[in-house]
Design a protein. Structure first.
Length: 134
């Protein structure tokens, strides 16, 4: 029952957290029916799929996956802050600097670990480059 309820989401999440996106993709690809996952596992499934799509330059697909993440099912405010940073990156690629900045303000407002400050700073730098004009 555990395998069907949680699938390989947590293996993929831990691989992603360690920066091993190839391994995360292998684990997440083993899930054939995400609708059968529990609510929390489903939220992280779509988060991982969104991050992988963003990493491969598939920005519209990333947006679709990230929109399926239910924030209330994420375990921590830190994770919600990271999710807001991902939405900011999608907005940057869409050329919407205003939306990207709003996402970063949300990320800043949520309690988060010090490492997330580095992510926020990096995304701010992306907004300020020619890649995105507010």
């Amino acid at each position: 029952v555990g395998y069907f309820r949680y699938g390989t989401v947590w293996l993929a999440f831990h691989a992603m957290a360690r920066g091993n996106l190839e391994k995360a993709n292998r684990h997440i690809s083993k899930i054939n029916n995400p609708d059968r996952l529990g609510n929390q596992s489903k939220a992280y499934y779509y988060w991982i799929k969104g991050l992988l799509a963003l990493n491969h330059g598939c920005h519209e697909e990333a947006q679709e996956f990230l929109e399926r993440v239910r924030e209330e099912h994420l375990r921590t405010a830190n994770d919600q802050s990271i999710l807001a940073c991902l939405f900011a990156q999608v907005a940057i690629h869409a050329g919407d600097g205003g939306r990207a900045r709003a996402c970063l303000e949300k990320a800043r407002a949520l309690p988060h670990k010090e490492e997330v400050d580095a992510i926020i700073s990096h995304v701010e730098m992306l907004i300020d480059t020619d890649r995105c004009r507010p």
